[in-house]
Design a binder for this molecule. Structure first.
Ligand code: 5GP
Ligand code: MN
Length: 318
């Protein structure tokens, strides 16, 4: 796809990403936004996205996001859905559906493409790396675009640790830091640093975790009462499932938090043997081979039983 060719005649351009936006979603959306504002100075470019976490306030113009999804544009000439298929755009979906040209850019294996134009690369580290690749003329990059895209890449690769990190990812990162990024501070402040509440709730989730399937799986759950006790919000729970996955001997980690009566947001992580995207897709969710999620209904025990049966099939056939 030739990105600039697709937008150069547009007068209105909208960009959105998935609900509960993570680092890659925020980084790719803002990287594209800053780039389009620069190369399409006559166009009205808008981002419609749920409010990103405070850690992302270092990204330029992040406060220009229409977090209430209110806009004076009735029909966008071009609308981008990044890091997701349209089902998880939330309130952004109606603008995507109504746009003149719909463009979907993503790296989720569970996304088969929902736009008039699709750039879906399941093996890619992050949507941010895809945006970097799509910027044909690298002289259009600047420190602000680089910061947004770099943050996206470090979040989806676990700071270049996960197996989705490729030589191309490191090459992109190398060029991005050459714009003078204070990368060590960005990594510390957006990825590793935790608030006191986040550490407390992480500790609670680890304390209450349960090993099962002969130590190959671990699960932990936080109900609404516990989250209220610690005054924790959903974004305070990021990273809990990764820590569970680090348990020695564990192939598959499950973390879930209650979103409603008999409803949980489930996160799955794999150390390689289990394709958790398949497990999540079975229950209406999606994601990547080693990191996926779904919203599931039932009691905690029903959900663990249902997930275990899908995980067991994969562990046994190995
Ligand atoms: P997390 O566990 O961090 O919420 O998500 C892990 C990965 O799975 C992310 O790439 C995320 O976009 C994807 N994912 C999480 N929940 C869902 C879901 O309900 N539906 C789909 N399609 N993908 C999900
Ligand atoms: Mn992503």
């Amino acid at each position: 796809m030739k990105l600039y060719e697709e937008v150069k005649d547009a007068l209105t351009i909208g960009i959105s990403g998935h609900i509960r936006p993570d680092g890659d979603c925020v980084g790719s959306v803002m990287g594209l936004y800053l780039y389009l504002k620069k190369v399409c100075p006559d166009a009205k470019v808008q981002v419609l996205l749920e409010k990103p976490a405070d850690i992302f306030s270092c990204i330029k113009d992040i406060d220009e996001i229409h977090t209430d999804f209110v806009t004076d544009v009735e029909k966008f000439d071009v609308f981008f859905a990044l890091d997701t298929s349209k089902e998880r755009l939330g309130e952004g979906e109606k603008y995507f559906d109504g746009a003149g040209k719909r463009i979907n850019i993503d790296h989720h294996v569970s996304n088969s493409g929902c736009g008039d134009l699709n750039h879906i690369v399941p093996g890619a580290s992050s949507t941010s790396e895809l945006i970097y690749d799509l910027i044909e003329d690298k002289s259009d990059l600047d420190e602000d675009i680089a910061r947004a895209l770099y943050i996206g890449i470090i979040h989806d690769t676990g700071v270049f640790q996960y197996s989705n990190t490729a030589a191309s990812t490191l090459k992109a990162a190398a060029e991005l830091i050459s714009y003078g990024l204070d990368f060590s501070r960005l990594i510390e402040e957006t990825f590793y640093e935790k608030t006191y509440i986040q550490n407390q709730i992480l500790g609670r989730a680890l304390l209450e975790s349960i090993l099962f399937m002969n130590g190959k799986c671990v699960v932990s759950m936080l109900d609404k009462k516990t989250m209220n006790f610690y005054r924790a919000e959903p974004h305070d729970l990021d990273g809990i499932v990764s820590q569970l996955k680090n348990t020695k001997g564990v192939e598959c980690a499950i973390f879930m938090y209650q979103t409603d009566v008999m409803e949980y947001k489930v996160s799955l992580r794999s150390n390689g043997q289990v394709d958790v995207a398949k497990v999540a897709e079975f229950f209406g969710g999606g994601g990547h081979v080693r990191a996926a999620g779904a919203t599931m209904r039932g009691t905690f025990h029903d959900i663990v039983n249902n997930l275990s049966s899908r995980i067991a099939v994969q562990i046994k056939t190995e």
